[in-house]
Design a protein around this ligand. Structure first.
Ligand code: ZN
Ligand code: ZN
Length: 369
């Protein structure tokens, strides 16, 4: 039996242990968000949660009950009781924290860790979508869910989400500070008055053009490459690996992408569609799935397209820079889709540190390695 099947062999309590711990952890985080909303959640979403309080309270209860039941099942079934016992303890802590009544705490005060809610909801949604998808349609079936370095990538994922407010502020700043002169109210009115889907197509094309050249610069300018190498350092790809990124790289990319949006001023609806698309896409193109989308692969970036971007194989170096739209790569001569998958992924000739802080510090160190 191969690794992936062994991992999911029923009746041994491993799957229930891992899922129990995940759900109990999400419930604990959710209970904390209910209790300390001012400190832990994003101010923008407060009104939304208040309007759907019953829904979020129900979700919290379901996660708590499911986490507890799965963790308890694992304690009974599994020879190693660690995950199961940890899950039970976390579920009890969530219940004690107010998970049962899910009372809403004061919203007065200042956010210190705003974005915990965003992290929890996105983690729940992504694990529900991508873990089954990667198990059923794996490009590399022997790769485990909890593969090497998954915990390191989870730290990247966590910090990018809880730091969303600071990251957003910093990435909007350059456009506002340096491109105010380019804003014209009449142009923005015309742009926002166009049909909905035309605007969506325009945002995709224009933001991808900006991020194409930013991304390409991060590959070709040696000082910038040291920042971007962090994103290329995973040797195993999955939905979580795409989160690995240096903060300077993340900020530069978002700041560049925001410039055309700031100048052109699209309507909120199309902008929201684009944000949802790009958020899903950023995860999807890294996923360990074997779909190649024969009819779409030159129009929409696919996992095959972006896995080639991460290739160590010589033919894939500095290819496929686009996130959504391979048209720019085709136009500028960097598209590469040979019809087979790359042999190896990662950075050629460099060994990056395997810790979060080590990776953030690595580009600033004088010598390589
Ligand atoms: Zn790259
Ligand atoms: Zn990538």
């Amino acid at each position: 039996m191969n690794g992936s099947l062994a991992e999911f062999r029923l009746g041994e309590g491993r799957v229930s242990g891992a899922l129990g711990l995940l759900f109990a952890g999400l419930a604990l985080g959710g209970a904390l968000c209910f209790r300390y909303p001012a400190m832990l959640t994003m101010p923008e979403t407060g009104a939304f949660y208040a309007a759907h309080l019953g829904l979020f309270r129900g979700l919290l209860h379901a996660l708590l009950a499911l986490g507890f039941a799965l963790a308890a099942t694992s304690v009974v079934l599994s020879r190693s009781k660690r995950a199961g016992l940890a899950g039970v303890a976390v579920a009890v802590a969530a219940a004690l924290l107010g998970g049962i009544q899910a009372r809403v705490g004061s919203t007065e005060g200042r956010a210190v860790f705003a974005g915990l809610d965003y992290f929890l909801l996105e983690l729940l949604a992504l694990t529900l979508v991508f873990i089954p998808l990667e198990r059923m349609f794996a490009r590399i079936p022997t790769q485990r869910v909890l593969r090497d370095e998954w915990w390191l990538d989870m730290k990247h994922f966590f910090l990018a989400h809880v730091g969303i407010q600071i990251l957003s502020f910093l990435s909007y700043f350059p456009a506002k500070a340096f491109f105010g002169w380019a804003v014209s109210a009449s142009l923005q009115t015309k742009v926002a008055a166009q049909p909905f889907w035309i605007q969506v197509a325009e945002i995709i094309l224009v933001v991808d053009l900006f991020s194409y050249w930013t991304h390409r610069a991060f590959h070709t300018v040696p000082a910038l490459w040291r920042f971007h190498a962090v994103h290329h350092s995973p040797e195993h790809m999955d939905w979580l690996a795409g989160s690995r990124s240096h903060l300077v790289d993340t900020l530069a990319n978002r700041a560049a992408g925001y410039i055309p949006i700031f100048i052109l001023g699209f309507a909120p609806g199309p902008f929201l569609v684009w944000v949802s698309l790009i958020s899903f896409q950023a995860v999807f193109i890294h996923a360990n799935v074997r779909w190649t989308f024969p009819g779409l692969r030159w129009i929409l970036a696919t996992p095959e397209f972006h896995h080639w971007h991460h290739a160590k194989d010589a033919e894939g170096i500095d290819k496929n820079f686009a996130v959504l739209c391979p048209i720019w790569d085709t136009l500028f001569g960097t598209a590469h889709l040979p019809g087979h998958w790359p042999k190896a992924l990662g950075v050629v000739g460099e060994t990056l540190p395997k810790t979060y802080l080590g990776q953030q510090a690595w580009p600033f160190r004088r010598s390589n390695g």
